[in-house]
Each structure stands twice: as structure tokens, then as C-alpha cells.
Design a protein. Sequence first.
Length: 236
Amino acid sequence: MKMLNMLVVLLVMLSHTTYAQSVKRDTVFLLKEKRETGYHIIFIDKNPKSEFYKPISDFRFSDDEARTYANYLGYLTAQKLPRFTNRKFPRKWIVIYQYRRGFYAYYPSDFMSHYKVRLTDSTYIDYIGGEGPVANKIKSFNIVDSSTYRFRLTGGLAKDRRLTVHIIDAQRGIAVFEEDVTGWGKRYFLMIAADKVRGLPIIVNYCRDQKELEYNFKEPNYKKLLEMKLPKDSIK
């Protein structure tokens, strides 16, 4: 990658300060470290045309993932799958994070940690690192208001899963996914509609030679985020 090679050359010219934050030619570095195996850098890329958005937005199946999905789908098709016909609700979502007070996409060192969601006409698919794409049956879908959507799901990983999608920023396509799974309790995810992800800056965790620990984002205050909801708004 030409851009990555240029970054490595640039870093050679910079000081070797570890875990420092600096700005060089409009690039904000959250981490820079040089090892015997090469450089490890974490930086903020604000270019909406950056090449780093493409891998995190790729919903295609590899051959292995296609087989995994088929196995889960085979389990579900023993039952009748209802049709999901709503066209207003975005079909593809990507996990995002909060850094300081802003929202950011994230390019991980290891894509095993990357989470995405896609809806087809019959299934709700979790892209889970290590598990592959997991098909879920959409038992029900309800529009509570223009910024709140509810799903009832069942699948190979969870038999009874209640999901509420709270749209907190309609213009940028940002939502809080609130899950309540029997036996697991509640958990939350910050997500963005995939076709709007380039509207956010992306934090890139890059090391050419080896996998690194992922950036440790602080857990958002979801209660405060949910207060951002405006029922009169909806994703356009």
C-alpha cells in the first residue's frame, strides 16, 4: 500500500517517542513505537477516501464463511423464515467507538475483533470474529417510533434475543444497539449505517509485520448517549 509505505518512511524521520500523541501534517498519532520487527502505529485518518474504510465495510463471505453461514442457515430453515420487507431500516451496520467526545470508525490490528451486522430479506446476520457470519431468524420487527426499532431474534448462538435499535444521530446514521439475551443480560454496541461510515474519521491500528493489541477504548456512557435520541428524526 503506497500510503502505508509513505507513513513508515515518515515515522523513520520522526522521534521514537513511545505512547505519545502528536500531530504531523494533520495526522494525529495515538501511539508510535519501533520494534525489531518494525513500526507499530495507531493514528487518526480524517480522509473520507482513505483505503482503511474498505476492509471494515466488506460484507462479502470468504469460502469458509459461506460454509459457516450455510450451516447456521440450515438450522433455521427447518423452520419457516418470515420475510423482512422493511426498506427504511438500513441493512448494513458497522461497529464504531467513542474517543474523547467524538465518534470514530476503527481499523483493527486483528479483524477477529471486528463486528458487523447485515440484514437480508430473511435473516439477521452477525459477523463475529472467530465464529464467522451467524444467521438469526427475525421472529418479529416493530417500529416503536421514528428513532426506535425492535427485533426479536433466535439463532444458533442465542435462542431468545431481544434487540432495540436506538437512532441517536439520524444525519450521521449512528445508533445504539441494545441487546437483552436470556441468560446473558444486557449489552450495548455503538453502530453506524455502513453507507455513512466514511462520514466519521477512522482510528487505524497498523503494524505491517505482526498483530498487535487493540486500542483500549473507554466504555461510552450509554445512558447519556440515549438521551440524544430525537423521536421526530429518522435515518434518511
